[in-house]
Design a protein. Structure first.
Length: 202
């Protein structure tokens, strides 16, 4: 028996006929002590946290930030091989309202996740079931993720987050603007719903 972390991977393996054995889907899971609760002490900033690599779509996020006129504070947490390219893009395009604090871990990172208004998962390769996304959903975060790989299996567009076309900065910009334009009661109701669904599923 083989295990995949999303249905899309299972379907690809079945299509490729790589094995005669049974293939089942088993998503990633969070620690037993994970709290599934939405914290109303959020602030108005956008968060990306994870590896700085080309396939993660960070440049698409930066392009969307530029198209929005840099009006929303953007916090990019992490490290990786693309850091120099990211810094160069920010400097060359004179982007403002951005922080790159480097890697942050543990309770400090948990607090930042709780405080974010929205979290972006702009991947441009076939993600399966990223831990970053599960962490965010558990905290009731409104995630904006690319419509690629296993990500649409974790987010129902407009109900438990929002999806955008992978690599499309214009589409991402529109989704970000939509989240920030939501009435507070609707935003908080959606966040609480996201946390409940995450508890039931993950």
């Amino acid at each position: 028996m083989y295990i995949t972390e999303c249905d899309q991977y299972r379907e690809l393996m079945n299509k490729a006929q790589v094995t005669d054995s049974r293939i089942v889907t088993k998503t990633n899971f969070l620690p037993m002590h994970q709290e599934y609760i939405f914290n109303k002490g959020y602030k108005d900033f956008i968060l990306y946290f994870g590896r700085f690599a080309r396939e993660k779509g960070i440049l698409t996020l930066l392009k969307a930030h530029k198209k929005s006129g840099c009006k929303y504070h953007l916090l990019i947490v992490g490290a990786g091989p693309m850091k120099e390219k990211i810094v160069n893009y920010i400097e060359e395009n004179k982007l403002t309202n951005i922080e790159l604090p480097g890697p942050i871990y543990g309770q400090d990172m948990e607090k930042i996740i709780e405080e974010a208004r929205t979290i972006i998962v702009p991947s441009e390769w076939y993600e399966n079931c990223p831990y970053v996304l599960l962490q965010s959903l558990a905290k009731g975060k409104v995630v904006i993720a690319s419509r690629i790989g296993g990500l649409p299996e974790l987010i129902e567009d407009g109900d438990t987050g929002f999806l955008f076309e992978a690599g499309n900065a214009d589409d991402l910009k529109l989704k970000i603007e939509h989240v920030f334009s939501m009435e507070i009661d609707k935003y908080e109701a959606m966040s609480e719903h996201i946390s409940r669904v995450a508890y039931e599923k993950h």
